[in-house]
Design a protein around this ligand. Sequence first.
Ligand SMILES: [Zn+2]
Length: 88
Amino acid sequence: MRKYLSFVHWIAIAVLIIAWIVIGIHLADNNYDFLTWAYIALVCMVLITICSLIKAFGAKCPHCGKRLTADSKFCPYCGKEIKESEQA
Ligand SMILES: [Zn+2]
């Protein structure tokens, strides 16, 4: 789940950069037909924000269900090991 989340996060950042480059090229060309790219950039920014929020607040210990604040190998509440794939 978290690996998938990181994947989406990085794709969104990459697409956002590409969108800004395309918008920049259009502006330099005095071409104001970049509304589609503006929407894509907006969607990417929303995705990045959601992914950041899920990463910051969404991780839970698979053993005791307590919320984890950081990427740690062991749960600070129950002390059990947390495997990357087990994190919700
Ligand atoms: Zn725990």
